[in-house]
Design a protein around this ligand. Structure first.
Ligand code: MN
Length: 231
């Protein structure tokens, strides 16, 4: 059997302090997982069941990359997020077993074409074109659980050109990592290489050509992204 054309290269993210890389299968993202961000998006924070969207695996971008300003937007936003990496397959995972399925954690930026996302939201349409475009998921090196444990508190911060835009604590997550894993795994089987972007705190805002955006999480280092000209 021959493929009609060559398969896509395996999308992957870096591992901290190693030449090894993690192959990415899917990128799950949760919406409105910090109360203050839910409010700034015009919604009440609550404990209604969380909702998720996905980005394609090959949206990942390494630390210190320059990415072009994306097309079809006038309002391109940053979102600082903790990323959890699934390392072991599982379905119907109970909350108390969830963390056994995590390989490690890293720093991510859920890049968003906010104008397209909000227009889709108003029209009751999917968010894909606002959220799941090319290079929409910069993710820093992943730190193994064996080195960093399971961070459930600690500072999460984002700067643009050195100015602080987002500052919060992982303890403020509405839905915790174990809860997210359990909920997702009751909907579909989680597989090694799945990433979960755990939501962003308040303070989201625009990026423009020439900006340098740095996301930092206590114990997990920095993720730097430079914004280049439109392609
Ligand atoms: Mn997000």
């Amino acid at each position: 059997m021959n493929y009609i054309f060559g398969p896509a290269p395996v999308a992957s993210v870096a591992v901290a302090g190693s030449e090894d890389r993690i192959p990415v299968r899917r990128i799950f993202c949760i919406g409105r997982n910090y109360a203050a961000h839910a409010r700034e998006m015009g919604k009440d924070p609550d404990r209604d069941p969380p909702f998720f969207f996905l980005k394609p695996a090959d949206a990942v971008v390494d630390n210190d990359a320059t990415i072009p300003y994306p097309p079809q937007t006038e309002n391109f936003h940053f979102e600082a997020e903790l990323v959890a990496v699934i390392g072991r397959d599982g379905k119907n995972i109970s909350e108390d077993k969830s963390l056994d399925h995590v390989w490690g954690y890293g720093v991510g930026n859920d890049l968003t074409r906010r104008d397209l996302q909000l227009k889709a939201r108003e029209q009751g349409r999917p968010w894909d074109l606002g959220k799941s475009f090319d290079r929409s998921a910069p993710i820093g090196p992943i730190h193994p659980v064996s080195a960093v444990g399971h961070p459930s508190k600690g500072a999460i911060k984002l700067t643009v050109n050195g100015e602080i835009k987002q500052q919060a604590d992982l303890a403020d997550l509405i839905w915790s990592v174990p809860e997210m894993i359990s909920i997702l795994s009751h909907s579909m089987e989680l597989k090694a290489g799945d990433l979960i972007m755990t939501g962003t705190p308040a303070g989201v805002g625009p990026l423009i050509e020439g900006d340098t955006c740095v996301v930092s999480i206590e114990g997990l280092g920095d993720l730097t992204t430079h914004i280049g000209p439109k392609e």
